[in-house]
Design a protein. Structure first.
Length: 283
């Protein structure tokens, strides 16, 4: 792991855990070896307060990184470990009085996803969901900060994922309005931008596809299919990594987001984009 971003490590960790199930059988031992190394890095990066910083040993613990970290550790069989218990405790303590984490819709959504998937902090999750509902804008989308700025496609998609994680149905109004927003703001090239009207970006497109498929749209749906096709155009060279767009260089974090989206969309093992992305993360 060359990066110093513990949040990035956790994200790749989750991706690699999924790769155990989607990678060719011959590669599974290599996947597990890489996962074991990543687990050690994540555990080392945990702060004394139980949380994880964005950059190891150089910043305060934060909700987003901690949310990724405890999910990753739980997926690797450490759900009952002190590290995960302390991480959950940090999240619950870090929640603001209004129910949010940092008045930030993505930070709040990530915390909701982690706590809901680990089946803990139900009262905190309920307060956070209430805050997210209040944060939703008139166009159905979600801004970074409540009541400030335009709706952002990736924040909207992450909010959808959070609502779904709590058991909310796709036809309930908060999700329905958010999905309508995502389908409305899509660019003509099949991708999504941050915010509406900008250049299509892989991270926004990956989250949008992830949310739409999680809510029940099949990969054959034209909107999803065109989003997947747009993402495949952002794949770079022989290493199989994905960049910010067709003109950007390969980036491991973006590759991880795209791989998660392709997995949720049901793209099978053996398909070149999936296998190339797994190979890129290994290397």
């Amino acid at each position: 792991m060359k990066t110093r971003k513990s949040g990035l490590t956790a994200l790749i960790m989750i991706t690699l855990t999924l790769a155990v199930f989607i990678a060719p059988a011959a590669a599974k031992n290599d996947v597990r070896e890489t996962i074991n190394k990543a687990v050690g890095y994540i555990l080392k990066a945990q702060g004394k307060d139980g949380g994880w910083p964005r950059v190891m040993e150089s910043s305060a613990s934060e909700a987003e990184t901690t949310s990724w970290a405890i999910q990753a550790l739980a997926l690797c069989g450490l759900g009952n470990s002190d590290a995960v218990r302390n991480g959950k405790s940090f999240l619950l303590t870090d929640q603001k009085n209004d129910g949010s984490w940092n008045n930030n819709s993505a930070h709040t959504a990530f915390a909701v996803i982690a706590l809901a998937q680990l089946d803990t902090g139900k009262q905190s999750v309920s307060r956070a969901v209430a805050w997210l509902k209040q944060c939703q804008q008139s166009d159905g989308g979600f801004p970074r900060i409540k009541g400030q700025g335009p709706s952002l496609s990736h924040y909207t998609a992450i909010a959808v994922k959070a609502f779904l994680a709590t058991g909310m149905k796709a036809d309930e109004q908060p999700i329905k309005r958010a999905l309508e927003n995502l389908m409305t703001v899509r660019n003509k090239d099949g991708g999504w931008s941050i915010p509406k009207g900008g250049e299509s970006l892989s991270v926004a497109t990956a989250w949008a596809v992830n949310a739409l498929c999680s809510a029940g749209l099949p990969s054959s749906d034209p909107i999803v299919a065109q989003g997947i096709e747009w993402m495949t155009r952002s794949k770079k060279g022989i290493n199989g990594g994905f960049g910010s767009g067709p003109s950007g260089s390969a980036d491991p974090e973006i590759t991880a987001y795209v791989l998660l989206a392709l997995t949720v969309a049901g793209m099978p093992t053996g398909s070149k984009p999936v296998d190339d992305a797994v190979s890129c993360i290994f290397n």
